[in-house]
Design a protein around this ligand. Structure first.
Ligand SMILES: Cc1cc2nc3c(=O)[nH]c(=O)nc-3n(C[C@H](O)[C@H](O)[C@H](O)COP(=O)(O)OP(=O)(O)OC[C@H]3O[C@@H](n4cnc5c(N)ncnc54)[C@H](O)[C@@H]3O)c2cc1C
Length: 394
C-alpha cells in the first residue's frame, strides 16, 4: 500500500462538489469527463494543448469488451466508432517475402480508429467543458490551497482535483514524478492510411517476420472513404532513428507527417520492398502521408495520486501514467479502465461522503497491478516478435 502524504486533509465535500481539471482530450481524458458527467459532477474542464486534435499514438486501436461497455454506458454506442466488426486476428508468417502459413485467433473486443473514437467522445462533452489550444505548463497551489494549473497564454485554472491524461510525454508526469524518464525501446511504428484497399481484408491482419511486422486493418475516414490503416514495426538503433528523423526518440514520441524527410520514407519503403510480399509493400508505397511513433518504455510507477497543497490532489492516468508498448494493445484500455474506477471513486465521495484521500488510495491500489503487467508484457511480446530491446528492467 502506498500511503498518502496527507491522508485526511482534503475535504472538497465541505465546499460542495469538487472542481476537476482534466489535461488531455484524446481518449482517456474525454472518457473520464463523460463518466464524471454521468456521476453527477458538473464542475469539469477538459484542456488540450492542440487547437485541432490529431492521433498522437495509435491509428487503429483495439478496445476490449470492458472498455467498449464503459463507452456504451456513457452514451457512445459502438456502431458509431466501430465500422468493421471482425474479432478475428489473422497472423501471417512471412518468409522470403511470401506467405509461409496463417493462424488465426480472436480478439476479445473490437478495433476502432483514433479519430472515430475521439470525435464520438468530444461531441458528447457538455458545452463549455472543452478548452482546446490550452497548453498546461506548470502546477502550483492557489491562495485557497487548491491546485492551480499554469496555462500558456491564458489565466491559471484552479481545481480540487487535477487529472493528467496528457499522454506519453506528459507534463504532469514531468512535474509530479520527474525521476521516471522514457527510454527508447529499439523500434518504431511507422504508420499511414493507404488508398489501396485489399478486397479480402476484413480481419485485423499481422504479417510477422523477425525484426519487423506489418499490421493492417480497414478503417473509415472522416469523409466516409474506406482506406487501409497500416503500422509497420521496424527495428532501428537510436543512432539510426536520429539519422533518419533528426530527432531524439524520447523527445519526439510522435512524428508528424511533415517531420518525416523524403529520404527516411525511401529508406523505410526500401525495407518494406525487401521484407514484405509485394501486395503489402505496395500498400505502404501508395500512402501519401505517414506518421511515426518510436516505441518507448518507462519504469513502473509507484503511485498515481499526489497531494497538492493542503486540500487538493493530482493524478496521472493512461499514457501519462505509463505508456505501454502497442503490441500489448493495452494503452487505451488501461486509460479507460483507470478513468472508470476513478469516476466511481468520485461518485462515492459525492453521493455518500466517502473520504476522498482514502478512496483515492484504494483506487490506486486496484489499478497499479494492471499497469505493471502491461509494462512487463510489452518487452516480452517484443522479444517473441524479434522487436526492440528486451527485457527492459526499471
Ligand atoms: C501503433 C500503436 C497502436 C496502438 N494500439 C493500441 C490498441 O490496439 N489498444 C490499446 O488499448 N492501445 C493501443 N495503443 C495505445 C493508445 O493509442 C494509447 O494508449 C492512447 O492513445 C493513450 O490515450 P491518452 O488519452 O492517455 O493519451 P494520448 O492519446 O497520448 O493523448 C494525450 C493528449 O494530451 C494532450 N496534451 C499533451 N500535453 C499537454 C499539455 N501540456 N497540456 C494540454 N494538453 C496536452 C495531447 O495534445 C493529446 O491530445 C497503440 C499505440 C500505438 C502507437
Amino acid at each position: 500500500m502506498i500511503p498518502l502524504a496527507h491522508p485526511h486533509t482534503a475535504s472538497p465535500t465541505a465546499d460542495g462538489e469538487p472542481s476537476i481539471a482534466i489535461v488531455g482530450a484524446s481518449i482517456t481524458g474525454p472518457t473520464l469527463a463523460l463518466l464524471l458527467r454521468q456521476a453527477g459532477l458538473t464542475n469539469v474542464t477538459v484542456l488540450d494543448a492542440s487547437p485541432y486534435l490529431h492521433a498522437q499514438a495509435g491509428g487503429v486501436i483495439g478496445l476490449e469488451h470492458a472498455a467498449l461497455d464503459v463507452l456504451d454506458s456513457v452514451g457512445v454506442p459502438q456502431h458509431e466508432f466501430v465500422p468493421f466488426t471482425s474479432e478475428r486476428v489473422v497472423a501471417v508468417k512471412v518468409a522470403d517475402r511470401c506467405d509461409a502459413g496463417h493462424t488465426h485467433t480472436f480478439y476479445p473486443g473490437r478495433s476502432t480508429a483514433w479519430h472515430l473514437i475521439n470525435t464520438a467522445l468530444l461531441q458528447r462533452l457538455p458545452e463549455g467543458w472543452l478548452r482546446l489550444g490550452s497548453r498546461v505548463q506548470g502546477l502550483a497551489t492557489d491562495v485557497d490551497g487548491r491546485a492551480q494549473l499554469q496555462i500558456a497564454d491564458a489565466d491559471p485554472l484552479s481545481a480540487d482535483l487535477v487529472v493528467f491524461a496528457d499522454g506519453r510525454r506528459s507534463t504532469g508526469r514531468r512535474l509530479l514524478d520527474p525521476g521516471r524518464k522514457l527510454r527508447y525501446g529499439g523500434y518504431v511504428a511507422w504508420r499511414g492510411q493507404s488508398p489501396t484497399v485489399l478486397p479480402d481484408l476484413h480481419d485485423y491482419t499481422r504479417l510477422e517476420l523477425p525484426g519487423a511486422g506489418l499490421h493492417l486493418f480497414p478503417i473509415l475516414q472522416r469523409d466516409g472513404a474506406v482506406v487501409t490503416d497500416w503500422t509497420f514495426y521496424l527495428n532501428h538503433s537510436e543512432q539510426e532513428f536520429r539519422t533518419l528523423l533528426d530527432a531524439d526518440p524520447v523527445r519526439r514520441t510522435y512524428v508528424l507527417p511533415h517531420q518525416i524527410p523524403a529520404q527516411a520514407r525511401r529508406h523505410i519503403t526500401d525495407h518494406a520492398r525487401q521484407l514484405l510480399p509485394s501486395q503489402a509493400s505496395a500498400i505502404i508505397e501508395a500512402t501519401p502521408s505517414w506518421s511515426a511513433a518510436p516505441i518507448v518504455d518507462i519504469a513502473p510507477p509507484e503511485r498515481m495520486i499526489y497531494p497538492i497543497g493542503h486540500r487538493a490532489h493530482a493524478v496521472l492516468l493512461g499514457d501519462a501514467l505509463a505508456p505501454v508498448r502497442p503490441n500489448t494493445a493495452r494503452g487505451a484500455n488501461n486509460g479507460i479502465e483507470q478513468a472508470t474506477s476513478l469516476a466511481a471513486t468520485l461518485r462515492q465521495h459525492l453521493r455518500y461522503g466517502a473520504d476522498l484521500p482514502v478512496a483515492l488510495e484504494g483506487w490506486q491500489r486496484r489499478n497499479l497491478p494492471a499497469v505493471y503487467d502491461a509494462l512487463e508484457l510489452g518487452p516480452k511480446l517484443g522479444a517473441t516478435l524479434g522487436l526492440g530491446h528486451h527485457p527492459v528492467s526499471p
